[in-house]
Design a protein. Structure first.
Length: 169
């Protein structure tokens, strides 16, 4: 079972949208990451969001591109300042690949709780749109498998494009 934790995309300011939905850049960044995930043949059996507009929209974009046959669901215990211990028992019962779209500090706090390591001390940037894949070992220990952000995906796309243009035909 893999657990994917994703920070929502870039949100509008509260002056522009009091509910803080995704900005155009935020939507584009999440689409970029979703297409990257799709290229890796990653799909989800469950997708949960915090109920905040920006997390709900992030989950919707990811679901539409990677897992269009599932419905995204609200989960009460994954809000920005939510206590990750309140969802820990539920996570440990899941057997299918699941995505949670949430916020700072919830995402790194949950990673720290699951892995026993301080997530803020890892090389993960936690910029908006960052996704982290955790895998549960046979010994029921959670390990960070990989992470990526919109900035990293954009860089990889540019790099691959440059390499492809340099190859002789």
């Amino acid at each position: 079972m893999k657990l994917y934790l994703m920070r929502h995309g870039e949100a509008l300011s509260p002056r522009v949208d009091p509910q803080r939905g995704l900005s155009d850049n935020g939507k584009a960044s999440i689409e970029l990451v979703a297409k990257y995930i799709q290229e890796k043949d990653i799909t989800f059996s469950q997708i949960y969001h915090s109920g905040k507009k920006r997390a709900h929209e992030t989950a919707g974009i990811i679901a539409a591109i990677t897992s269009p046959d599932i419905e995204i669901e609200l989960h009460q215990n994954i809000t920005p300042d939510g206590d990750p211990r309140l969802i820990l028992n539920k996570i440990n019962t899941w057997s299918e690949d699941t995505l949670i779209t949430s916020h700072l500090p919830f995402v790194p706090n949950l990673i720290s709780l699951l892995t026993g390591n301080e997530a803020y001390l890892t090389a993960i940037s936690f910029e908006t749109g960052t996704i982290v894949c955790l895998e549960k070992t046979p010994e029921s220990i959670w390990k960070i498998s990989w992470s990526t952000s919109p900035t990293e995906v954009a860089y990889l796309n540019e790099y691959n494009s440059a390499i492809n243009h340099q190859q002789p035909e």
